[in-house]
Write a protein that binds this ligand. Structure first.
Ligand code: UT7
Length: 334
């Protein structure tokens, strides 16, 4: 790397992803709760999702994604100086999933930490990595979104269990010439809407007891319609702001990689940003909503399955929205 620390960019040099083998289809869910394939497809766009094995925790999914990203970047674990894992389903409350992963990778020279921003976690992690690289605080950073949402999903609640899936996506971020890679980042939160999407039990506010488990406090609680109202508006404004911070407009965007929460939300964002369907990367039909993992999985699959569609200089807009509320975007130039 030749660029100096005071005039350099931050580029993704490797991307990887992993989804568990087990597929949970809408037909399977029809046998578990009062729902139908037709309702799920028309209301969400989801046809199937992946579910982790009982032996798989967030760090296990992260491990596979990380290995692929590091291989593509051509770096060894000991070269990493930071590991950032965005997750809402950490292996344990502490130590961090990033520390568990660090040990498994053998990344002995890294600082490892988790970041909690629900579905916006990967965007927040990438923003953090961008700043660390630009300020010269780090040279090689692994950023991962990894979730085992099935571990806190109530499979008797049809309003949530049809939505979520498990998986992980990872990128390696390294210095590169200025004007390439991450062009701009944007992060926002509004903590006054915590109750729209949360897991009430298992933290210091509400330690789990047998009674609270009986009440289902260990599960995701969601007010879907409340979230829906904010999602499109927040993602569109984040995309516009991020493009303008980079001196561009959303018309300059070649590809949009939105958080995969609902096809109707994705379509709402696409139409407002005046993008064609071909410009929007969608895998919600096969993967469902994997929270912080959804954007890196979609990006990784797109680059793997359609390398002919990606050219040097292409502009990618990554945009997310989720519990917290949190939202944000990253503008990226290949
Ligand atoms: O990833 C983080 C951010 N998450 C989001 O942004 C999620 C945003 N929200 C959504 O994607 C949608 O609100 C949902 C997909 C969760 C729900 O779709 P909706 O169109 O908002 O449906 P709804 O909640 O208004 O429910 C409509 C009806 C209700 O029945 P009634 O009260 O009208 O009789 C629900 O009980 O659909 C019923 N329903 C279902 N029916 C069959 C809810 N879930 C199901 C289901 N199968 N799985």
């Amino acid at each position: 790397m030749s660029s100096s620390k005071d005039a350099r960019g931050a580029c993704i040099t490797g991307i990887g992803c992993y989804v568990p083998e087990k597929v949970l289809t809408n037909e399977d869910l029809e046998k578990m709760v009062d729902t139908s394939d037709e309702w799920i497809v028309t209301r969400t766009g989801i046809r199937e999702r992946r579910i982790a094995a009982e032996t798989e925790a967030a760090s296990d999914l992260a491990y596979h994604a990380a290995r692929e990203a590091m291989k593509k970047a051509g770096i060894k674990a000991k070269d990493l100086d930071q590991i950032i894992v965005a997750t809402a389903t950490s292996d344990m409350i502490f130590p961090s999933t990033a520390c568990v992963l660090q040990d498994r990778l053998g990344a002995k020279n890294a600082a490892a930490y988790d970041l909690t921003a629900a579905c916006s976690g990967f965007i927040y992690g990438l923003s953090m990595a961008h700043s660390m690289i630009l300020t010269g605080k780090a040279e090689k950073i692994l950023v991962i979104g990894a979730e085992v949402l099935s571990s806190m999903t109530d499979y008797t609640d049809r309003t949530t269990c049809v939505l979520f899936g498990d998986g992980a996506g990872a990128v390696v971020v390294e210095p590169c010439e200025a004007g390439k890679g991450i062009l701009a980042t944007y992060m926002r939160s509004d903590g006054s809407y915590t109750d729209l999407l949360y897991k009430p039990g298992g933290g210091s506010r509400m330690p789990l007891t047998a009674e609270r488990i009986r009440q289902g406090k260990q599960y995701i609680h969601m007010k879907g319609d409340g979230l829906f109202k904010y999602a499109v508006k927040a993602m569109v404004s984040a995309a516009r702001k991020t493009a303008s911070d980079a001196g561009l407009t959303t018309e300059d965007v070649d590809y949009l990689i939105p958080h995969q929460a609902n096809i109707r939300i994705i379509e709402g964002v696409r139409k407002r940003l005046k993008l064609t369907k071909d410009q929007v990367i969608v895998n919600i039909d096969r993967i469902g909503n994997t929270s912080s993992a959804s954007i890196p999985i979609a990006w990784c699959e797109f680059e793997r399955d359609h390398p002919e569609r990606v050219s040097e200089g292409d502009i990618f807009m990554l945009v997310a929205f989720g519990g917290g509320l949190t939202w944000g975007a990253v503008l990226y130039k290949k």
